[in-house]
Design a protein around this ligand. Structure first.
Ligand code: TYD
Length: 139
């Protein structure tokens, strides 16, 4: 059962170049799962919050390709905020953790890789249900 201690920031490779810098990410290397899905969040109006749910199975890896945002992780007992503000950092978030993404900067672009295809059934959207499943050791 995942806790906030299982959430990890990974520093990605960087090729600094006068022509422009390059970074990359590989599945089963920097990302510790096979990628089944990639999506991105953009054009977030000031003050908005995304997320606010947990996944039963889906693991995630997030990168702030542009700008910055905060990822608040809650394991039912402890909370921690991770700030992503460089495109060469990635945040690994295991399944079974409540997470919210907020404090988006202007023009921020959040890229997210997932270990599962999109499934509405994989979402836990009620915080009380999350706490119950967590305390029962089901997620
Ligand atoms: P959702 O994950 O609910 O956004 P958030 O929790 O950040 O507010 O996704 C918003 C909508 O996008 C939802 O109605 C379903 C759709 N969606 C997909 O169809 N596929 C996907 O991979 C994702 C992430 C969302």
């Amino acid at each position: 059962m995942a806790t906030i201690d299982d959430v990890k920031i990974a520093e990605l490779p960087r090729f600094l170049d006068a022509r422009g810098n390059l970074s990359f990410v590989e599945q089963l290397n920097h990302i510790p799962f096979e990628i089944k899905r990639t999506y991105w969040i953009y054009d977030v109006p000031g003050g908005e919050i995304r997320g606010g749910h947990a996944f039963k199975q889906n693991q995630e890896f997030m990168v702030a390709l542009s700008g910055s945002f905060d990822v608040e992780i809650d394991d039912g007992e402890n909370k921690k905020t991770f700030t992503l503000n460089r495109s060469y950092y990635g945040l690994y978030v295991p399944a079974g953790l409540w997470r919210e993404i907020n404090n988006f900067s202007t023009n921020s672009l959040a890229l997210e890789f997932g270990s599962e295809h999109y499934s509405q059934e994989d979402y836990i959207r009620e915080y009380d249900e999350f706490l119950k499943l967590k305390h029962d050791g089901k997620i």
